[in-house]
Write a protein that binds this ligand. Structure first.
Ligand SMILES: [Zn+2]
Length: 78
């Protein structure tokens, strides 16, 4: 029964290869926003909006979409 197991193993390896291949091709086809921009998105806890980290306003370790949101958030928390 060793030959059967060997064939079964080959089949599993082949299926895994096909799955991996389709995953790689699938990634090439699509363009994920995060990796395409090459920039992290941060969540504004005040208005629940995602903004690029470079455009975000940083206050006390949190990121906001604008100075207004930062002030509102910190005022509400105080
Ligand atoms: Zn905001």
């Amino acid at each position: 029964m060793l030959l059967v197991r060997l064939l079964l193993l080959c089949a599993i390896v082949y299926i895994l290869f096909l799955v991996l291949k389709s995953l790689v091709l699938g990634r090439k086809g699509k363009s994920p926003d995060a990796t395409q921009l090459g920039e992290a998105m941060v969540l504004d806890p005040q208005c629940q909006t995602y903004v690029p980290k470079s455009e975000a306003v940083s206050r006390e370790g949190k990121y906001f979409c604008s100075e207004e949101c930062a002030q509102r958030y910190l005022a509400a928390r105080a």
